[in-house]
Design a protein. Sequence first.
Length: 492
Amino acid sequence: MQDKIDQLRTLSVSPQALFIDGAWRPPVDGAAMDVISPIDGSRLTTIADAGAEDVDRAVVAARRAFEKGSWSRTAPAERKKVLLKIAELIEKNALELAVLGVRDNGTEISMALKAEPGSAAGTFRYYAEAIDKVYGEIAPTADNILGLIHREPVGVVAAIVPWNFPMMIGAWKIAPALAAGNSVVLKPAEGASLTLLRLAALCAEAGLPDGVLNVVTGRGAVSGEALGLHMDIDVLAFTGSGPVGRRLLEYSARSNLKRVYLELGGKSPNIVFADAPDLDQAAKVSAYGIFRNSGQVCVAGSRLLVEKSIHAEFSEKVAGIATAMRVGDPLQLSTEAGAISSAIQLEKNLGHVDRALAEGALLRTGGTRTLEETGGYYMRPAVFDVTPSMMLAREEVFGPILSIIPFKTESEALEIANATEYGLASAVWTSNLSRAHRMVRGIRAGVVHVNTYGGSDNSVPLGGVKQSGNGHDKSLHALDKYVDLKTAWIQL
Ligand code: ADP
């Protein structure tokens, strides 16, 4: 496979237009942005920098397609066929998509293959298979009344997605929205648009009617804002940072009160008790749970809470794994952590390291820029000892930086775990079944892993509590975001 990857990485990528109403169109003012590969800092191609007028064209096309009904009013079993075909085409082109995505955002290919085309194909297949199996309801009314509850598509859905896993996260929103019969306008992140543009082409090839999926690329502050403020978007589904999430809620309030679903950041606690079943395994999974994709994972276990009695030994193990991690060319199958997605992100990470040192955090390993001679953006995974009040223990970093915090008792662990404005992911490592269940109940987060970190499938929801967001991606629950309930109250 490495040979094939080496071939694909040399292919030139043509300048990209917007995908609106089933065709490639340049933006009205012809503006474009450079796509810089984090692998070596080279210019890969350009993407269109859409303005408000382009966004409006996409929304008009989406609405027109919705009203026409050639997707929204077809039988779910018909939509299923197209969605299954999309899944098949993603799988057929998986390696090409994965390499293109890695050249764009720097994720190590071993992870990108599974997490990007692999996961996206699975997501399209899941919602394809689900959509002709979900029913409306008949309400338990009086005998002379028939109360029907219809589930109707909302209309036009906007999806704004980030650069860390564009296909996976994009599919989490597009697939259920399309399955439910909606039209979609998708805005990828500036730093990872290429695979989603390719996905649009595959959707068209699979027979998705014109205008049902539109992709507008460009700057968040321009095209993203235009989507947020648009008067004809019914639902906006977002994954990204807290500050942008706040803005989207403001845009909604200032425009048409569109429903806004946010999947925001996390500062997820990963709690290791001395009675964990296998401390070597716990150390390995914990290190991977923060350092894969260079920590650019919203559910990353960025706070490692370790019981005092094993703190020294366990922290050494984790630091040793971090030190040995193969950081480098993301297009080598053997690489364990690829490039940081952009020069700006690398700067931010190094700034976090400096601030942590200035605050008195103890650096066990890493935290420096590496492989500078490649022209790319690489960083050694960093492991810090911190106290709960330090910045590193509180703020989301979104980079390969782990904070270790010791604790003495179960209640102290819980207190530290919950002392955050976030509530996305978490984990508990213990052999004590009762403690595991107590912790599952006590931790305020969308997911609590027990004796593992990460890994899940489409059957379970992903979403945050507190300031990590609202609503859920994945599972049948995700469909709820993209439907309206309508009551028919019929006098018999
Ligand atoms: P990250 O920190 O992962 O880059 P952001 O929240 O900045 O997360 O970006 C996530 C997505 O939000 C991207 O597609 C980006 O273009 C978009 N975005 C950024 N700023 C805005 C904005 N003001 N309005 C709407 N979307 C935005």
